[in-house]
Design a protein around this ligand. Structure first.
Ligand SMILES: Cc1cc2nc3c(=O)[nH]c(=O)nc-3n(C[C@H](O)[C@H](O)[C@H](O)COP(=O)(O)OP(=O)(O)OC[C@H]3O[C@@H](n4cnc5c(N)ncnc54)[C@H](O)[C@@H]3O)c2cc1C
Length: 396
């Protein structure tokens, strides 16, 4: 049987892409090596932050706006709430990257926001107890919140199936071949042919597209998996960390380590305040061999920050989970056609901040698959070629 498109990997990005292709009346096959919504990739752990004051680069703001619209659309379709608005805090030293980046995004896109010093912040949202001597300030942006990531994958898959999409879980793609007018995908159960292939393989992106590894495109390493750890702690003052009382946060701590950024959520869906540290212990890993257990060192690393910045959340541990980032060198995404095959496209390298965009990434990848490109948003920031080094230079 021949498909219009095959989607390799039905996680956050793949599930939205399968849905979008099915919505456009296409015959689509989604292939997923694990279960639909599983704990081995990048999208588990209940929820993911969505924020509009995009400190990483203001060029993300139009994309996030579209993502909000598309989250509302899928919610309506499946009659399930996926997007929760809690307000969002960006915090850090006044001249740090987060505060300056967040303010820049607010200015350039006229986003409603408030600047708060740490005393104002505590008065308003008492879970935030930044010590005075750390001299942290905050930007409050009322549109921040979170998306239920695992439920979103399930919702997209069910919506896609209702539109006729075929999805196979527990079927692993091995090789694929692209020819001029078709692609053939080989799995551990069979082979399938389609007009185009979309690769949304998360931490396995560089296995599915070896050109993303060093040495092929002279592009550096574009999709490097990294071990992450999440913790949920029982708050000592539960009322401070409830929904409605505690906005999600994205914070740069007042120290000079390379991994000094943290993020967190109000209590939702699990009996605990959830937080994590970007790039946790800076452990580059092979996703097939990663240590998936959580250890004392992981716990201590996260607790240290809870003790200092959120002391009223420093109760017993309720749960911990490992997860994976897939980092590009500049931490911007890869949304592009495969450099060698115009009928193959890639969404990868989400560098720990991609989920919120899944709803719009689905739309973009469907355009790549069906039209060979995307016109609505400027995607220059996400091209494979941006990372290309001058010919003759060494990859590392
Ligand atoms: C701890 C943590 C916290 C995060 N916090 C946030 C946040 O607050 N906000 C935010 O926006 N983002 C956040 N992110 C990032 C976000 O979760 C990821 O960018 C996003 O989940 C990536 O989605 P994906 O579809 O690329 O990967 P995945 O959801 O992992 O999907 C890839 C899928 O491909 C499948 N696959 C791979 N290879 C094959 C194969 N050969 N055959 C078949 N199937 C295959 C995998 O099994 C997997 O299901 C966080 C990530 C982590 C780990």
């Amino acid at each position: 049987m021949k498909y219009d498109a095959i989607v390799l990997g039905v996680g956050g990005m793949g599930s939205a892409t399968v849905y979008e292709l099915a919505k456009r009346g296409k015959k689509v096959l989604g292939l997923e090596r694990f279960n639909i919504a599983h704990d081995s990739g990048s999208s588990h752990g209940i929820n993911r932050i969505i924020r509009l004051a995009y400190a990483e680069d203001p060029r993300y703001v139009p994309l996030v706006r579209r993502a909000y619209e598309r989250w509302r659309e899928i919610e309506n379709l499946i009659s399930e709430r996926l997007l929760f608005i809690t307000g969002g805090i960006d915090a850090g030293p006044e001249q740090g990257e987060i505060i300056q980046g967040s303010l820049r995004a607010c200015r350039e896109h006229s986003l409603p926001h408030e600047r708060l010093d740490s005393a104002d912040l505590r008065r308003r949202f008492p879970g935030y107890a930044f010590p005075k001597e750390k001299e942290l300030v905050a930007v409050y942006q009322p549109d921040g919140g979170f998306v239920l990531s695992e439920r979103a994958i399930i919702g997209y898959v069910m919506a896609a199936q209702a539109l006729g999409a075929e999805i196979h879980a527990r079927e692993c793609v091995g090789q694929w071949e692209a020819k001029k007018d078709q692609v053939v995908v080989h799995t551990d159960r069979g082979s399938y042919t389609a007009d185009s292939l979309v690769i949304t393989a998360g931490p396995w992106a560089a296995q599915a597209v070896p050109e993303l590894k060093a040495g092929r495109l002279k592009a550096g390493r574009l999709a490097v998996p990294e071990r992450q750890v999440l913790i949920w702690t029982q708050p000592l003052r539960p009322e401070y960390f409830m929904m409605g009382r505690f906005p999600v946060f994205n914070m740069e701590a007042a120290d000079d380590t390379a991994t000094n950024r943290y993020y967190g959520f109000p209590v939702y869906g699990f009996p605990g305040f959830k937080m994590g540290r970007y790039h946790h212990l800076s452990e580059e890993v092979d996703p097939d061999r990663m240590d998936r257990d959580c250890h004392r060192k992981d716990e201590e690393t996260l607790r240290e920050a809870i003790r200092v910045y959120f002391p009223d959340a420093d109760g017993p541990t309720m749960a911990m989970k490992t997860c994976l980032f897939t980092n590009s060198p500049d931490e911007h995404f890869i949304l592009d056609l495969h450099p060698g095959f115009p009928n193959v496209s890639i969404a990868a390298g989400f560098s720990g901040h991609g989920f919120k965009f899944a709803s719009v990434v689905g739309e973009i990848m469907a355009d790549f698959a069906l039209e060979g490109g995307h016109k609505r948003f400027d995607l220059d920031l996400f091209r494979v070629a941006r990372a290309r080094k001058p010919a003759g230079s060494q990859n590392q």
